[in-house]
Design a protein around this ligand. Sequence first.
Ligand code: OSB
Ligand code: MG
Length: 382
Amino acid sequence: MNDSTSSWQGLAAERVPAFERIELLLVRLPFVAPFAISSAVWTAKEALLLRFEADGLTAWGECVADPDPYYASETTVTCRHCIKDFLLPLVETGIEIGELDRRFRRVRGHQMAKATIENALVDLIAKRTGRPLHELLGFPRRRIPSGISIGLQQTPAELLAAVDEAVAAGYHRVKMKVKRGQDVDWVRAVRERFPDLPLMVDANGDYTLDDADHLARLDGFGLTMIEQPLSYSDIYQHSLLQRRLATPLCLDESIHDLDDATTAIALGACRVLNLKQGRVGGLLESLKIVEHARAHGMPVWSGGMDETGIGRAVNIHLQTVDGFTLPGDTSETRRYFAEDIVEPPVLLDAEGFIDVPHGPGIGVTVVPERLRRYTIDSERLR
Ligand code: OSB
Ligand code: MG
């Protein structure tokens, strides 16, 4: 099963189960603090949730799209539209997940919408057979090293305080957001205080190739990588930038599927991949990307989209897959929310690792009373 040439074939051969009821919900969970990146500031997680019910089982898929198109072009509204009008009609009981994937390809792009349906189906398949999600992916449980993504702060002192807290909590690496005018000096401040900390930056596409000399100044700080320095729609210019920097580049926004990953690897546009399963169309596409990256010696880690406990659990299960060799952006629940809609919350152990949820499917349970409290819209589809 762990044979690198066939890691995704088991999942592709699973069959779409029958379901009786389908519902779309929109939840809004306030963040404990605003989360700022170079292109957006969010004060809450607003997420579209897809719920399937069958034989007394409930399965969930969380859409990683935001209400705005400031990180990706998809939004909660475009996802709702594609899920309802184009994707769900292609879901037929009894067909294989691999066949569903082929049908979904007729709908161009909209990977976040596709992942939402696939995630819910895979959760249901796993629950019907009493297996935890990582088993469906073909991998045994293991402890997942946790990293943290710290948003843009108002002052260097606030940034240092946030990094202090992260280091004390035991996170295995710290990512700090940067943008034009808030980069080299801020990195230097962190590096001076934490000389040995595995540290990286994420620019969310704020720079252009004209900034190459400026970005090269980051080479002096021993960063593990620079994530998405250039445009969300670029791969080629990253390959030119990578040749001018000693620090590995990592792509996030630019990678929507296996084809993008193949292009990035072939061009040498990065030396690391941030894989967000919800951004690339789901778990099957993720397994294909990890397998390809592994075959080319490229390390992969799981990014995050500030998910609720539903999407967070999926990201944790995915990190059991061979090829995820670096700590991801999956942090403790309390870093994001005072209260989540699921139990149990994600916690770090004393060594900064996360336990893969136990129990069938995603392995976490949605608390009905909390779900009601945080739901701002719901629609029954079937
Ligand atoms: O660029 O990786 C990103 C959150 C929302 C949108 C984009 C990004 C992020 C993060 C945080 O960096 C990841 C997380 O903690 O879930
Ligand atoms: Mg990123």
